[in-house]
Ligand binder design. Sequence first.
Ligand SMILES: *Cc1c(COP(=O)(O)O)cnc(C)c1O
Ligand SMILES: [Zn+2]
Length: 419
Amino acid sequence: MSLALSGAAPAPPADAVDGVWLECIACEETFAPFEDVRYTCDACDGLLEVRYADPPTFEDFSGRGVWRYADALPLESGVSVREGDTPLYEVPRLEADVGVEALRIKHEGMNPTGSFKDRGMTVGVAVARELGVDRLACASTGNTSAALAAYGSRAGMETLVLLPAGKVAAGKVAQASLHGARILEVDGNFDACLDVVQDLAARGEAYLLNSLNPFRLEGQKTIGLEILEAFRDDYGAWPDRIVLPVGNAGNTAALYKAFRELVQTGALAPDDVPKLTGVQAEGAAPMVEAVENGADEVRRWDEVETRATAIRIGNPVNAPKALPGIRETGGTAVAVSDAEITAAQRDLAGEGIGVEPASAASVAGLRTLRAEGAVGGDERVVCLTTGHLLKDPDAAAAAGADPEPVPADTDGVLEHLRA
Ligand SMILES: *Cc1c(COP(=O)(O)O)cnc(C)c1O
Ligand SMILES: [Zn+2]
């Protein structure tokens, strides 16, 4: 099976360009990488992956940010606003409280537009330029639209974003708006927005930059590469497990691909690959359902609801890439309630780390799995936090304490503080 963890690097087909090509994960049909616009397989409509005849080892990486990993990417450089190089934080109180050997937080909210989507866009928008397209589009729960608007404007391209009306956090709409995207508010949920934008792309009206686009996931692989390098330098070992929120499962697929490519060159032993552990909100948990049932396919949920709007997704398009990743690494998936998500958001805030609700799902999921015994006390764990607190100021204000009115004099303030 083409998505197995072990195995040597593939031999390049005739249509490879400089050792890079696109390959269907279902029927193994191959395509030249930058000749035509293509998101899925011409033959069977399966998902495409970027493949490399010469995958990297750690020694190949130099420089800073996402483009430090150019040897693992389809281009040498991209449309950049200095994405990547996000911190891997220690959280000693939370680590002790959850009860694991080591816990680190990889905070992707520290990217230029405040989410990991920037890593995908620096590559995806560069590929769009390579293909010569001029109009970019995405469906979004918010962060993809903010990132697309920023990277599209940097590249001087027109951007269209389709958002589910009334379901996008305030910070994200503000970003898309100021960076100059045309914001189309759709009377429907995210999955309906994605259906429309896929249709626009199929008709040649715009270049699609959702995570269905295989080039975006290449940029997101760098999250996994940064985690491995930083954890090793910091701790002297690889992490046992990476816990991450799951929406369209793009990140789950991207991290798995990063590890697979390192295994292909022998840079990472198959047994050292971290267990990929996905977390969804109870009201939007089709991946968890599939993992629990041992299914190869995900059932689309038509009704989804959660305060964690970034993962309010019922039809995870990257499931065929992500399910093998969870299975082959010995990981799992778990659902958490909105109350548990908010509690985890407070836990992280108490360590000085400000995240939006979807991000906190990773920590909430780790707590659940640790309590159930599915995660051992001897494990070294990294939780991924995907977006910044300021993305969703309303959720942050609701999770935090209320302001206290005081008079405009010192004695009055002191009196209030003593009361
Ligand atoms: C996009 C997003 C997710 C979901 O990531 P997938 O790769 O689609 O699973 C999770 N959290 C935040 C903050 C996001 O913006
Ligand atoms: Zn195919």
